[in-house]
Design a protein around this ligand. Structure first.
Ligand code: ATP
Length: 638
């Protein structure tokens, strides 16, 4: 077999073209799926071109691949594209609709699959020379615990689980008296900080800990104190200062943490010598790992044989950690280094496959090991071994407005579309898109009065339109176009150069990493007249240099207008006000996690555009599910 050269992750590569020529396997196999059938699956939006191409690739590289394996390969690729790590065969057979198998174009696949019992399917797969049985091998697919994986995803899952399990089993011996003294000196004595104190105890004594909580529950407050305690304990023991790194999955999240950590460190009642060893610079995980190239098999400078020189790693916004990135991170982290994950387990998972934070939290919930108690606590419940949950938000009042609605959505209780009385005045319902666009009025007045790029970028962050979907009348593409039409009509947009899409005030989001230009997917810039030449340039805030960078529009890697962005892309960002736009019909992309994430991007106000109340109801009722075996692999050790 020659498939070792291919990237089996299936999620990241450009789709190869669908083949139209029959190949030898198809010629031998009377059940072969024709290129017309494949094309119909793509045309009817059941499968993507990548799903089909991977199935065809398997046929080409496997002698006598049975038809059912070919369909399973397409479905596994489809699952990877939707963020799942594996295809669970029993679920596929019990819930065919979840996999789109009820669509007329999927009839042949459904018929083919229904010919097998779950056991028969597993027996057949284990006989195929393309499928390994839970072992590392060059075969492209792996069958493990009744689920089919791409080999690479399976290896990553096993490696991550093994490395996490090693740390879960590691308690770090700590001077308890000194620990309690330090906690007392860094936290107030009142009840509001009890669960933060418990989280501190946990993180100080564990090689792996998770501090989870909604917005404003004090995750940063707590972790700053954890780092202060760890450095103080090292100083008291006359040990060298710990080498600590702070990182986040996106540049935006890294910039936010940098800002809040710097202000918190400055307030700590600690000696200069301890304070100077608490870092305030936060890097992106990709920068920390040192991305070496842009090809799909992303290679990092740091790995098992060139590990990061660290004693402690803090990762913020850990809900955005996908399995592949976590695998790279755990491989590059020295075995004795601690890892502290901060995040909100109720938020959407990463765009790529896997949900590491949710799996870690669910494993802890199931294990229900209670070895951390918050003494004199009125708010904290016993936390499972490696997870500390912060419940009280210091930003939102849980009884009203955004806090009340976010809680209702998170628990699935917001079953009716909110009306003005329930959550007003922070949350308002708006019926027409045009009313929402007024949210950019303040931004446009700064653009029109020619304020500095720095102020304009800040004003742009005070409001954002968040759409659930990209496509459709209420998706990102259409809403951006509608917003531009509205602004043209109001004569706010004045084209600089008629045939060009660039105009003064056009906000753009970078959609592909460009390491040469130091621009990352998700970075936002604004097209303005350069103060020096008067020509159009795109202004980006450079966090490391603390100044504006001006780039020629033609030099940018691919980018798109960003008055509206998807909720997925907004993860890790925060705005003074957001407008959440739902589609007119339900889509499986919608879930309570998506709505919760959208609502909690807002600091002060939310506007909801819900053209169809049924869509809101279905979305809040739907709980996002990611198929992965990580939770079970962790549970084995808890
Ligand atoms: N125990 C406390 N008592 C009073 N105020 C607190 C307490 N803990 C945190 N705060 C305040 O609440 C605000 C939010 O805290 P912090 O930034 O640590 O939360 P977070 O969970 O990291 O928020 P984010 O949603 O930005 O991730 C800050 O202003 C902080 O000073």
């Amino acid at each position: 077999m020659t498939q070792q050269t291919l990237d089996f992750s299936a999620a990241s590569s450009e789709p190869p073209e669908i083949e139209s020529e029959p190949n030898s396997s198809q010629a031998e196999n009377p059940n072969a799926i024709t290129s017309e059938q494949w094309q119909a699956c793509v045309d009817e939006h059941w499968l993507s071109e990548l799903d089909v191409a991977m199935a065809q690739w398997l046929v080409r590289h496997t002698s006598n691949a049975p038809e059912v394996l070919v369909w399973l390969t397409a479905l596994l690729t489809r699952q990877s594209g939707q963020g799942h790590v594996r295809l669970e065969l029993a679920d596929l057979q019990n819930n065919p609709a979840r996999y789109g198998l009820d669509a007329p174009v999927a009839a042949q696949a459904k018929h083919c699959l229904s010919a097998y019992s779950s056991d028969a399917l597993q027996r057949l797969l284990s006989l195929s020379n393309a499928v390994a049985r839970a072992v590392k091998s060059p075969q492209p697919l792996v069958l493990d615990a009744g689920a089919l994986y791409w080999q690479r995803a399976w290896r990553e899952e096993c490696d991550v689980a093994a490395r996490l399990n090693e740390r879960l089993a590691t308690q770090i011996s700590t001077d308890q008296v000194a620990l309690e003294q330090l906690i007392d000196s860094l936290f107030t004595a009142d009840a509001s900080s009890q669960d933060q104190r418990a989280a501190c105890r946990l993180a100080a004594q564990r090689a792996l800990s998770v501090i989870t909580g909604g917005p404003g529950t004090g995750k940063t407050t707590t972790v700053v104190r954890v780092l202060a305690i760890l450095q103080s304990l090292a100083e008291r023991a006359s040990e060298p200062p710990l080498r600590i790194a702070l990182a986040a999955p996106t540049g935006k999240a890294a910039a936010r943490l940098s800002e809040s950590i710097a202000s918190q460190v400055a307030q700590l009642p600690l000696s200069e010598s301890v304070i100077k060893h608490i870092p305030t610079e936060v890097s992106t995980l990709h920068r920390l790992l040192g991305v070496m190239s842009q090809d799909n098999g992303q290679r990092y400078r740091h790995h098992a044989t060139n590990p990061l020189a660290l004693d402690v790693l803090v990762v913020d916004e850990a809900s955005m950690l996908d399995l592949s990135l976590m695998a790279a991170l755990m491989e590059a982290l020295p075995a004795q280094a601690r890892i502290i994950l901060l995040g909100d387990k109720d938020q959407l998972a990463s765009v790529e496959a896997g949900a590491v934070l949710a799996d870690l939290c669910c494993a802890a919930d199931h294990a229900n090991v209670c070895d951390v108690t918050a003494t004199n606590s009125t708010t904290a419940e016993p936390s499972p071994a490696h997870v500390a949950q912060l419940k009280q938000s210091f930003r939102f009042d849980a009884q009203r407005g955004i806090g009340k609605l976010a809680h209702a959505v998170r628990t699935g209780a917001a079953t009716i579309a909110p009306n003005n009385d329930d959550y007003a005045p922070e949350v308002r319902r708006i019926d027409t898109l045009n009313t929402l666009f007024a949210g950019y009025d303040d931004y446009w007045s700064s653009v029109q009065t020619g304020e500095s790029a720095e102020i304009i970028l800040k004003k742009f962050d005070s409001f954002r339109l968040l759409c659930a979907l990209r496509e459709g009348s209420h998706g990102v593409i259409a809403v951006n176009q509608a917003c531009e039409r509205y602004l043209r009509k109001a004569e706010k947009i004045t084209p600089f150069d008629k045939p060009s899409p660039w105009y003064v005030g056009r906000p753009v989001m970078i959609t592909r990493n460009d390491y040469g230009l130091r621009l990352m997917n998700g970075d936002i810039g604004i097209c303005l007249q350069s103060p020096e030449t008067g020509e159009l340039r795109v202004a980006f805030w450079d966090g490391s240099e603390q100044k504006i960078r001006w780039l020629l529009p033609s030099r940018l890697p691919s980018s798109e207008t960003v008055f509206a962005m998807t909720v997925h892309k907004s993860q890790g960002s925060e705005f003074t006000k957001v407008a959440v736009v739902l589609p007119t019909t339900f889509s499986p992309v919608l879930s309570r996690e998506l709505i919760y994430t959208a609502l909690t991007r807002a600091r002060n106000a939310v506007e909801l555009c819900i053209p169809n109340a049924q869509v809101w109801r279905l979305a809040v009722a739907a709980k996002a599910q990611r198929f992965s075996g990580l939770q079970q692999r962790l549970l084995l050790n808890l």
